[in-house]
Ligand binder design. Structure first.
Ligand SMILES: NC(=O)c1ccc[n+]([C@@H]2O[C@H](COP(=O)([O-])OP(=O)(O)OC[C@H]3O[C@@H](n4cnc5c(N)ncnc54)[C@H](O)[C@@H]3O)[C@@H](O)[C@H]2O)c1
Ligand SMILES: [Zn+2]
Length: 720
């Protein structure tokens, strides 16, 4: 559709327009400017929706879009019917098609039938500043003739939008947004999502058919775990939860979708048909009441997050207040949505072909910034992987200063076409690690230099290797100093053996002083020598000694994870720990045997059997055991005697005395099992503060015992 030359021209034109905009200048005349804006916006829609590879930041795009709208308002006679402001973006449907390898999560597909929405799914008018809200409120008041408008404000969830149809209380269809007019029928996948019930009692409100809209999300923790898994498999992480959510929605296998841990919020009723002869109940006369109704029916709606206020100043205040909470939320939001609360008034205001007039998105400033790429360093990881790390001029983004950014591997550097000296666009979404979106190639002046990958290890100088089909270079020398140190750092880390007082800097220090040269060395530290070091008091050393001592009794899966076997993340470590009595039982296991364990594929099995076939590794394990480190699976001995033997548990709500992960671990240590949902298989539901739908569901199954946190503590015989 676009030739390379045309793309370059349009990219240049966009920059030119943004530069003019900053100075409030037109090109030669409004007509020429408007035409240029239209071309640029259409091109960027294509990059964003069809290629999934935008070249402008959202903020830049929104500025150009707003400028075009303003010029059209000032020059109504020049507005053309096919202007991007006049319709839903072209080519959105094609956005359903995942593009170049690596951009869409594996397993994505395009094989879903197209279905028409009952009512088009429009965009929202948006703004980044409070003045625009005031302006919008003025228009709403003028059009309605009212002096004070009641608004409902709620978060703008940053995920993938969906539309759901329920008929006679049953879900009959779930679809993606697609081009706004028609989307993809993904009902099977939608049914895997938390908080979307298969049946909901709409008939209680005399509603026969209803179409509701919402957003599918991946919460921040799940997203982090998802990216950790990708990292363990040497895949670069996905940029943001939005991409992960929309990719996951379109996977072929619903079972895979279920594993992604998708969640949903519903926030809009777009269409409904009452049962014959029935009146609309008060629950669906205002937007806010509808959110409450949806929540009562078992959906997750922003019923708690929303706020109903009168007048625009209160709206602005709530938006600002909510923005400060942004990082504390478990999911990503990119702004707030303000809606006229009364449906009758919404109908009166109507919509343009592009967006409803009764709603407005107030977007938070994107957490993006531009900086200069000064140099690239190459770090050696614990498995020998060589990671390029970009050093940029430090810039503040979303409250932290970013100076170092991982570039993952050579392919990423090539794909993004990065050069030393480039201006780069950097983004940091919520808790996600910062990443380089792209280089701004147009700003090059010829002095930029290629990034040269080393051929030898920067630490031990061994020749680097890269197996066919992989994108990561490796140092093959397992005694490479960098690898040894990184392995120790990993071993003591929080999710492994959790010897926190022995953090990264101590590991480096002790290693460089020759006090600790490998993992078993941690348990042979000479505290007499440590006492002579500067900066180590008696107290901190005795704490360190106690922490090391305690770690000897850590559950086996932590030790396995801590060993840093390639491809073995926390989940696989648990599977491995559960399948044997003693870690050395794995000596002699073949890859075929390992493949029989749950969720272990050929690549992982190969890596594990290789690890246990290596005599040096076995010697390390034997040494650890002789130093007192636990190599046994205590769970298996408790399976016949653990007090929670064979019982199933689920925790819901916020626990106040125990950490959820510790409580779950306690259950497992005592031979119990954690389930992921409420079903008749569940024996105990432990209920913390603010428990929600799980509790409601459990109450309906009379074989489930519901415990308070204290009752659980008693049952599990824990002293805290
Ligand atoms: N960078 C680029 O080149 C480029 C190109 C095209 C579009 N874009 C971005 O995409 C935006 C347009 O996308 P869009 O049409 O999806 O609009 P949008 O993201 O601005 O807002 C509309 C969407 O918000 C979602 N939403 C979340 N919470 C909601 C709630 N509580 N109530 C109602 N809706 C809620 C819905 O999915 C709805 O479709 C542009 O504003 C721009 O930021 C960027
Ligand atoms: Zn090396």
């Amino acid at each position: 559709m676009y030739t390379k030359e045309l793309e370059l021209t349009l990219a240049k034109l966009a920059k030119e327009l943004l530069a003019k905009l900053a100075k409030q200048l037109l090109l030669n005349n409004p007509e020429e400017t408007m035409e240029a804006l239209q071309r640029v916006i259409r091109y960027n829609d294509w990059r964003y929706y069809v290629q999934s590879d935008p070249v402008l930041s959202d903020y830049e795009y929104d500025q150009l879009f707003a400028w075009l709208k303003q010029l059209e308002q000032e020059n109504p006679h020049l507005v053309s019917a096919d202007s991007p402001t006049q319709k839903v973006a072209q080519g959105l449907a094609a956005a359903a098609t995942p593009t170049a390898a690596g951009k869409a999560p594996e397993g994505a597909t395009k094989a879903f039938p197209t279905v028409q929405h009952l009512v088009p799914m429009l965009s929202l008018d948006n703004s980044y500043n409070a003045d625009d809200l005031v302006d919008w409120d003025r228009k709403v008041r003028e059009q309605s003739g009212l002096t004070d408008i009641e608004y409902c404000i709620e978060p703008k969830f940053d995920g993938a939008s969906i539309s759901l149809i329920y008929e006679n209380d049953k879900i009959t269809r779930g679809a993606t947004r697609g081009d706004g007019v028609a989307g993809e029928d993904i009902t099977v996948n939608i049914r895997q999502i938390k908080f979307i019930p298969d049946t909901a009692n709409f008939s209680k409100y005399d509603i026969q058919t209803i179409e509701i809209r919402g957003e599918v999300l991946i919460n921040k923790d799940t997203f982090k775990a998802f990216n950790d898994q990708r990292a363990a498999n040497n895949l670069p992480p996905l940029a943001n939860p939005r991409n992960a959510a929309s990719g996951s929605l379109r996977m072929v296998d619903p079972k895979e979708v279920a594993k992604r841990g998708l969640e949903a919020f519903v926030y809009h009723m777009s269409y409904h048909v009452m049962e014959r002869g029935k009146e609309e109940p008060k629950e669906i006369l205002t937007h806010s009441n509808t959110l409450d109704m949806l929540s009562k029916l078992g959906f997750r709606s922003p019923a708690k997050e929303k706020k109903v206020v009168k007048g625009i100043q209160a709206v602005v205040d709530y938006c600002h207040a909510f923005e400060t909470e942004r990082d504390n939320l478990p999911y990503e939001i990119d702004g707030m949505v303000i809606k006229v609360n009364d449906y009758a008034l919404q109908d009166k205001l109507g919509m343009t072909t592009h967006h409803p007039r009764w709603a407005m998105a107030y977007k938070f400033k994107a957490r993006q910034a531009t900086s200069k790429l000064r140099k690239v360093e190459f770090q050696v990881g614990r498995t020998g992987s060589i990671t390029p790390v970009a050093k940029i001029d430090p810039v503040p983004i979303g409250g932290v200063t970013v100076g170092s950014i991982s570039l993952f591997n050579e392919d990423v550097v090539r794909e993004k076409d990065l050069k030393i000296g480039d201006t780069v666009l950097v983004e940091r979404a919520g808790d996600v690690i910062p990443y380089i979106v792209k280089s701004v190639a147009d700003l090059r002046d010829g002095s930029e230099q290629d990034i040269v990958f080393p051929t030898n290890c920067p630490v031990c100088n061994s020749k680097l290797e890269k197996p066919e089909g992989e994108s990561v270079w490796r140092c093959p020398n397992i005694n490479c100093e960098a690898q040894v140190i990184e392995r120790m750092i990993h071993f003591v880390s929080k999710d492994a053996m959790d010897i926190r007082s022995l953090g990264e800097s101590n590991v480096r220090k002790f290693y460089s002083l020759g006090l600790m040269k490998d993992i078993p060395g941690i348990y042979e530290l000479d505290f007499g020598k440590l006492e002579q070091l500067e900066g180590f008091g008696k107290k901190s050393l005795s704490n360190l000694q106690a922490a090391i001592e305690q770690s000897k009794a850590q559950p086996l899966h932590r030790l396995i994870f801590g060993l840093g076997i390639r491809y073995v993340g926390e989940t696989t470590a648990k599977t491995l720990a559960n399948a044997i009595h003693h870690l050395l039982d794995y000596k002699g296991w073949t890859a075929e045997q390992l493949l029989e364990l749950e969720d272990i594929g050929p690549k992982v099995a190969g890596s594990i059997s290789q690890f246990f076939a290596n005599a040096d590794n076995i010697a390390v394990l034997q040494k650890l055991e002789s130093l007192g480190v636990n190599l046994r699976n205590n769970k298996s001995t408790q399976e016949t005697g653990g007090s929670l033997d064979g019982q199933t548990f689920l925790f819901t709500g916020t626990l106040t005395k125990l950490k959820r992960s510790d409580a779950e671990e306690l259950v497992e240590q005592q031979g119990g099992k954690i389930l992921s949902g409420v079903s008749s298989k569940l024996n105990y539901l432990v209920v913390g503060e603010e428990a929600g739908s799980k509790l409601e569901k459990a109450k309906k199954i009379n074989t489930i015992r519901i415990l308070t946190e204290d009752e659980f503590i008693k049952l599990a015989n824990i002293t805290i």
